[in-house]
Design a protein. Structure first.
Length: 477
């Protein structure tokens, strides 16, 4: 496991504020669906008492949270999450916060960070493991221009990128070529890789925020698809890191007059963007997933894998939480649509990386999630599925090591698949969520609120609006 810096105390935070001449403190937390929120206080307003008593705020306008008659909440800053915001004009220290009820001082059940912490505590209480190590690998697009609108009588979106394949014939005075062909964007060097310097700046900003970056590269699609790989960490810290990652990517892009998105499928007929999650369980400094079974996995790893595959349709409502997510989860484009596992097959839901034979490197790669997910809920749900698999000794069956694209239709038809829509995934979650409730990690209220919000605010909203392509199909009916 990686070594971590000692947890800071409130007194050390106050000393840090003085040493760095911090002018403002930004308090950050996450709403229920998964967007970072914040408000800012003067540095002088932060005292030791704040770390115990918290700071009050109104949670009534946050998506999926409290009704207006119960809206007073507390933000409790976490000293070990601090970092200097690289984008603020004045020296600003940011800290992530936990949410508490002001009357009972209990952690709020719909605070996603609380759900993740409870999942880790439940894992420890079972004696299965004492650490869940998570390494998220996110993909995203950087565009030069984005326009979209939806009215009662019109709907459109339009994306553009100077490196996009569709601009080979554009009059750019001069057009210098070096466009990235569709589906051929993997690892080109500059000048074809036009976002190299931008990604390097993102990488350096991430490291300044406390992340450990392993590499960055252009991804497979045209139009600026990119990836920056960060080092694995314990589950809650890894989810924290996803938020820092997305914050840095979006703000560096904006600084250069560009726009970045983690939307899973912004382009038709090219690769989408995922969030492949590498995970392993540890106990007493030993990787519990290393063994002698398939691909040198242990029994515990195989059972954890079985739990992931068994509950994948229900998990999809959390790990792939948008209607757009299922436009990525389609056959082709190496999309992980098949509920199977393999050493190398990237169209399987779970891949076992074989880059290293060392025991400490043995892990599962869950390829299903995407960057639109709330990382706290997604990682917590994955952990609960794996613990359920270990508890019930759920074996995943034989691996899928064949080339899926060469498999005959009669073999493919019996291969279980991911849900085809968000609505299907929400139905699967309604039917299969008992594993999430173990140890009070998720609650019935959390699951019910999630399903209701997604159905009412997203599924229904998309279903009732005419789609532009329907005019191509049906206008002359």
């Amino acid at each position: 496991m990686p070594t971590r810096e000692p947890v800071r105390t409130p007194r050390e935070v106050l000393a840090f504020l003085r040493e760095r001449e911090v002018k403002a403190v930004d308090l950050r937390f996450m709403d229920f669906p998964g967007l970072w929120k914040h408000f800012t206080v003067p540095a002088g307003a932060v005292t030791e008492d704040v770390f115990e008593d918290g700071i009050g705020f109104d949670g009534s306008s946050l998506r999926g949270w409290m009704p207006i008659n119960e809206s007073d909440m507390l933000l409790v800053p976490q000293p070990d999450t601090l970092f200097i915001d690289p984008f603020a004009k004045d020296v600003t220290l940011a800290m992530l916060c936990n949410i508490q009820d002001p009357l009972t001082k209990e952690d709020y059940s719909k605070d996603p960070r609380n759900v993740a912490r409870k999942a880790v505590n439940y894992m420890k209480s079972t004696g299965t493991a004492d650490a869940a190590m998570v390494g998220p690998s996110l993909e995203f697009f950087v565009f030069d221009d984005v326009r979209y609108d939806q009215t009662s009588h019109s709907a459109f979106y339009a994306l553009d990128s100077a490196e996009a394949a569709w601009n080979t014939g554009r009059r750019e005075k001069p057009n210098l070529g070096y466009k990235v062909p569709y589906r051929q964007g993997y690892f080109p060097c500059p000048p074809t890789d036009a976002t190299h310097d931008l990604r390097s700046e993102m990488m350096l900003a991430m490291e300044g925020c406390g992340l450990t970056v392993e590499s960055h590269h252009h991804q497979k699609a045209t139009a600026g698809q990119s990836a920056i790989n960060v080092r694995f960490d314990d589950l809650v810290s890894a989810a924290d890191a996803v938020l820092k990652y997305k914050y840095v990517v979006k703000n560096v892009a904006r600084k250069h007059g560009k726009t970045a998105t983690f939307m899973p499928k912004p382009l038709f007929d090219d690769y989408g963007s995922g969030m492949h999650v590498h995970v392993s369980l540890w106990k007493n400094g030993t990787n519990l997933f290393a063994g002698s079974d398939y691909s040198n996995l242990s029994d515990a790893a195989m059972y954890a894998l079985g739990g992931l595959l068994k509950h994948a349709p229900a998990l999809a409502a959390i790990t792939n939480p948008t209607t757009n997510s299922y436009k990525r989860l389609v056959p082709g484009f190496e999309a992980p649509v098949n509920l199977a596992y393999s050493q190398r097959n990237r169209s399987a839901a779970v891949r076992i990386p074989v880059y290293s034979a060392r025991a400490k490197s043995k892990r599962l790669e869950y390829r299903v999630p995407d960057g639109a997910a709330n990382p706290y809920l997604a990682f917590a749900g994955m952990l609960m599925a794996m613990l359920d698999g270990i508890r019930n000794k759920t074996h995943p069956g034989p691996p899928l090591d064949k080339d899926i694209y060469d498999m005959p239709p009669e073999e493919l038809k019996d291969l279980p698949r991911m849900p085809a829509t968000l609505d299907e995934a929400l139905t699967a979650l309604e039917r299969d969520h008992e594993f999430l409730l173990q140890g009070g990690v998720f609650t019935e209220d959390v699951v019910e609120t999630w399903v209701r919000y997604k159905r009412e605010e997203e599924v229904a909203a998309v279903r009732v609006r005419p789609h532009p392509y329907e005019f191509t199909l049906y206008y002359d009916s």
